[in-house]
Write a protein that binds this ligand. Structure first.
Ligand code: C2E
Ligand code: MG
Ligand code: MG
Ligand code: MG
Length: 286
């Protein structure tokens, strides 16, 4: 395409633009009926404790199985759902599924997991129906209390930081933990981080994956851990793919690690139960 003449290039460029706009419109149309049609499902990516590798929690990741186009990644359909005003409904479904799942696990003798993290869109959080809807879910699933962490991004604070801080405080009072996702790539000023009601900072995977290639990446990760420690917050690193990255993160004092090194996002059935009595100390008598 680079070799074509000026006129042709313009034509190509325009048709590409049109194609992607048409594609977006089409996705937007099919997205409207996707929830009712049962086209969404959830995958779970374990998060392990840095100290001993024990599975501490898992992140819930939404998937859309389009009947014709196949699997569409969330980075493509979430922005469209936000634009189309569908993110509230979809996001609430995700949270409800997660709370139901964790409640179910908490009633089992040897559950594979007892905690989950759920991603929230800034638009979802900003909507006035969000808190009452979550309150209703919390009442419906009392067993899930203390088991769910909500992951927000710095974009949530962009327009209305005070409103956001108030909502996060209410969510914490309902028993939810709050994590700041993709930390380090947004617009956060370090100075206001201390005033936000947060439990966890998630170091963005771009830093982890640049370890060994960009000296600044390790320096930034190190600064994030120092900040989190000073503010008494848990630190999680995402996108951990190699043992070398894991070793560096452990060295830095990161609490939990998440990434393909441990597991890809998997269906619920693939989350293996710990063996019977795994949490009990070994005993010769029994
Ligand atoms: P995120 O919340 O930062 O999630 C982490 C993403 O990194 C996931 O992509 C995960 O599959 C991917 N990942 C995990 N380990 C590795 C690794 O070792 N290497 C690499 N290269 N990637 C890894 P995924 O599932 O495609 O989700 C992308 C984004 O879509 C999420 O980023 C989140 O922002 C959004 N998302 C996913 N599910 C939901 C949801 O239920 N609601 C909302 N609002 N957003 C969601
Ligand atoms: Mg996340
Ligand atoms: Mg992230
Ligand atoms: Mg991300």
């Amino acid at each position: 395409a680079a070799k074509t003449g000026g006129r042709n290039r313009v034509v190509d460029y325009t048709s590409t633009l049109n194609a992607s706009t048409a594609e977006r419109l089409e996705l937007r149309r099919s997205l409207a009926g996707a929830l009712a049609a049962g086209q969404f499902f959830l995958l779970f990516q374990p998060r392990v404790r840095a100290s001993d590798g024990a599975v501490a929690s898992a992140e819930v990741l939404l998937r859309w199985q389009h009947p014709v186009k196949g699997r569409i990644p969330p980075d493509r359909f979430i922005p469209i759902a936000e634009e189309a005003g569908l993110i509230g409904e979809i996001g609430l479904w995700v949270l409800r599924e997660a709370m139901q799942q964790v409640s179910h696990w908490r009633m089992q003798a040897n559950p594979p997991l007892t905690r989950l993290s759920v991603n929230l869109s800034p638009l979802q959080l900003a909507h006035r129906d969000f808190l009452p809807e979550v309150e209703a879910l919390a009442a419906e699933f009392p067993q899930a209390r203390g088991a769910i962490e909500l992951e927000i991004t710095e974009g949530a604070f962009f327009r209305d930081i005070e409103g956001c801080v108030h909502k996060l405080g209410r969510l914490r009072a309902m028993g939810f933990d709050i994590a700041l996702d993709d930390f380090g790539v947004g617009y956060s000023a370090m100075s206001y981080l201390s005033t936000l009601p947060l439990d966890t900072l998630k170091i963005d995977k771009s830093f982890v994956q640049a370890f060994g290639r960009q000296p600044t990446a390790y320096a930034i990760a190190s600064a994030i851990v120092a900040l989190a420690t000073a503010l008494d917050k848990r630190v999680v690193a995402e996108g951990v793919e190699t043992e070398a990255q894991a070793a560096m993160l452990r060295q830095l004092g990161v609490d939990e690690l998440q990434g393909y090194l441990y597991s890809e996002p998997v269906p619920v059935a693939a989350l293996t139960q710990p063996p019977d009595g795994a949490r009990e100390p070994a005993s010769v008598d029994s």
